[in-house]
Design a protein around this ligand. Structure first.
Ligand code: HEC
Ligand code: HEC
Ligand code: HEC
Ligand code: HEC
Ligand code: HEC
Length: 216
C-alpha cells in the first residue's frame, strides 16, 4: 500500500502534536501559578482610606485592645468597624484640630459611618463567621498577621478557598488557648492540646470541609 503522507509531513505532524502537548502543560502550569500567586489575591496591597488610620500606632504603641474598635468579633459573624464616636472618645482631646481627622469629625457631626475601604472582603457566596473561630482558639494573628505592626492595613493571607481548607482539614496545630487569641507574636502550642480536642477535630474535619459549611 502506498504511503499516505510523505515522511516530512509525518515528522511535521509529530512536532505539532508534541508542541501542542507542551503548550497545554504550560497553560496549566501558568493557570496554577496564577491562582496560587499572592498578587492575584491582593496580598500586601493597601487600599486608599479616608483617614490615614494606623494600627501600628493605636494597636501597637498605644496597646488599644482590638475589641475596643472591632467590638463584635467574639459574638458575631462580622468583626464590626469603629464608629466616629469611638475615635472621638480620644480625638476630642488629642490631635483635635488636625485636618487628617476632618472625615472623622464630619461623620461624627452628621452621625454617619466613616467609609473605610475593606481589604478582606470575601465574595457573597462564601460564608465566614468570626465568633466561630475566635471562641475556638483561632487567633486574629493567624488570619490577619501582625496587625499591630501595620502602618497601612493589608491582607497577609490569600483568603482563598484552598487557604480555608488547609486549616479546616486539621486545625489543631493552629489553635491557641482562648486567652491568647488577641496576642501578637505568640507561638501556637498545638502539640500540647489534650487528646480529646485532637479527637474532636479528627471527627469535625469532615463537617468543616463539606461544601455547605461555607456555601449555604
Ligand atoms: C484610646 C485613644 C484613641 C482612640 C480610640 C483613637 N485614637 Fe487616634 N490617636 C491617639 C493618640 C494618642 C494619637 C497621637 C499619637 C502621637 O501624636 O504620637 C493618635 C493619632 C491618630 C492619627 C495621627 C496619626 C499619625 O501620626 O499620622 C490619626 C489619623 C488617628 N489617630 C486616627 C484615629 C481614628 C480614625 C480612630 C478611630 C477609628 C482613632 N484614631 C481612635 C489615640 C486614639
Ligand atoms: C482604635 C481603633 C482600632 C483598633 C484598636 C484596632 N483596629 Fe483594626 N481597624 C480600625 C480601622 C479604623 C480600620 C479601617 C482602616 C484600615 O483598614 O486601616 C481597621 C481595619 C482592620 C482590618 C481590615 C478590615 C477590612 O475590612 O479589611 C483588620 C483585619 C483589623 N482592623 C484587625 C485589627 C486587629 C487584629 C486589631 C487588634 C490587634 C485591631 N484591628 C485593632 C480600627 C482599629
Ligand atoms: C479564621 C480566620 C480569621 C480569624 C481568626 C479572624 N479573622 Fe477577621 N476576617 C477574616 C475573613 C475571612 C474576613 C472577611 C470576611 C468577609 O468578607 O465576610 C475578615 C474580616 C475582618 C474585618 C473586616 C470587617 C468584617 O468583619 O468583615 C475585621 C475588622 C477583622 N476581620 C478583624 C479581626 C479581629 C480583630 C480578629 C481577632 C479577634 C479576627 N479578625 C480574626 C478571617 C479571620
Ligand atoms: C487557622 C485555621 C482556620 C482557618 C484559616 C479558617 N478556619 Fe474556619 N474554622 C476553624 C475552626 C477551628 C473552626 C471551629 C470548628 C468547631 O469547633 O466547630 C472553624 C469554623 C468555621 C465555620 C463554622 C462551622 C460550623 O459548622 O459551625 C465556618 C463557616 C468557617 N469556619 C468558615 C471558614 C472560611 C470561609 C474560611 C476561609 C475564609 C475559614 N473558615 C478559615 C479554623 C479555621
Ligand atoms: C472552609 C470553607 C469552604 C469550604 C468547606 C468550601 N469552600 Fe468553596 N469557597 C470558599 C471561599 C472562601 C471561596 C472564595 C475564594 C475563592 O474563590 O477561592 C470559595 C469559592 C468557591 C468557588 C468559586 C471558585 C472560583 O474560582 O471562583 C466554587 C465553585 C466553590 N467554592 C465550590 C466549593 C465546593 C464544590 C466545595 C465542597 C467540595 C467547597 N467549595 C467547599 C470556601 C469554602
Amino acid at each position: 500500500m502506498a504511503q499516505l503522507f510523505t515522511p516530512a509531513a509525518t515528522t511535521l505532524f509529530r512536532v505539532v502534536i508534541v508542541l501542542t502537548g507542551l503548550g497545554l502543560v504550560g497553560a496549566g502550569v501558568t493557570a496554577y501559578l496564577w491562582a496560587r500567586a499572592d498578587s492575584t489575591w491582593n496580598v500586601g496591597k493597601p487600599a486608599p482610606q479616608p483617614v490615614p488610620f494606623r494600627h501600628d500606632l493605636h494597636a501597637g504603641q498605644l496597646s488599644i485592645d482590638c475589641r475596643y474598635c472591632h467590638s463584635t468579633v467574639e459574638r458575631a459573624a462580622d468583626a464590626g468597624m469603629p464608629s466616629a464616636q469611638t475615635c472621638m472618645s480620644c480625638h476630642s482631646q488629642v490631635w483635635v484640630g488636625a485636618s487628617v481627622l476632618d472625615p472623622v469629625r464630619s461623620s461624627f457631626t452628621l452621625g454617619q459611618p466613616i467609609r473605610w475601604t475593606s481589604v478582606h472582603r470575601l465574595p457573597e457566596y462564601a460564608y465566614f463567621h468570626h465568633a466561630a473561630h475566635v471562641t475556638k482558639g483561632v487567633a486574629c494573628e493567624t488570619c490577619h498577621g501582625r496587625v499591630d505592626q501595620m502602618a497601612e492595613t493589608v491582607k497577609t493571607e490569600t483568603l482563598s478557598m484552598g487557604w480555608c481548607l488547609d486549616c479546616h482539614r486539621d486545625p489543631v496545630p493552629n489553635l491557641r488557648p482562648r486567652e491568647a487569641v488577641f496576642a501578637m507574636g505568640y507561638e501556637p502550642h498545638g502539640d500540647e492540646l489534650p487528646e480529646d480536642v485532637r479527637e474532636f477535630y479528627r471527627e469535625a474535619s469532615r463537617r468543616l470541609t463539606s461544601c455547605n459549611t461555607c456555601h449555604r
